[in-house]
Design a protein around this ligand. Structure first.
Ligand code: RB5
Length: 154
């Protein structure tokens, strides 16, 4: 499984810690930034850019899932959700992280570096990547979400 990580300037340290954590667990991870430059300065970016970049990477199949972080996780997930085919969910605790995979078939999980600590973020990832979409009655509802997208995209 290939996972794409993206963040804005608010979440670089958390993103880098989680990259180490997930790579040690054997996941193939792609770092879409942002990062520090060679002088230790933050490479500034706006969260919509990273949301779109990782969203497109997921939908195109470049990666299987995305992990997005900004200060709250909200702005970057809103941006990712504008890419047709993305279901990005902001989760600040592990229970929601498991359920959004099982019921919503989320392909991107997001959280805020100013909201969750590193250990909670690891638990969120463990739950999300340890869960499977359950299909069945949930498939119908996910289909309804994509139907909204189809009917409202010009
Ligand atoms: C950046 O300061 C902050 O607005 C951003 O990281 C995020 O929290 C937006 O939703």
């Amino acid at each position: 499984m290939k996972i794409g990580f993206g963040c804005d300037h608010a979440a670089i340290d958390l993103k880098n810690e989680l990259l180490v954590y997930m790579r040690e667990k054997g996941y193939e991870c792609v770092d879409y930034g942002t990062n520090y430059d060679e002088n230790g300065e933050i490479i500034k970016c706006d969260y919509p850019q990273k949301g779109e970049q990782v969203g497109r990477a997921v939908v195109s199949g470049e990666v299987d899932y995305g992990v997005l972080m900004c200060g709250t996780g909200i702005g970057i997930s809103i941006a990712a959700n504008k890419v047709p085919g993305v279901i990005a969910a902001v989760c600040s605790e592990p229970y929601s992280a498991r359920l959004t995979k099982q019921h919503n078939n989320a392909n991107i999980i997001a959280f805020g570096a100013r909201v969750v600590g590193t250990e909670v973020a690891k638990m969120i990832l463990d739950e999300f990547f340890g869960a499977e979409f359950e299909g069945g009655r949930h498939q119908k509802r996910v289909d309804m979400i994509f139907d909204i997208e189809r009917r409202n995209n010009k």
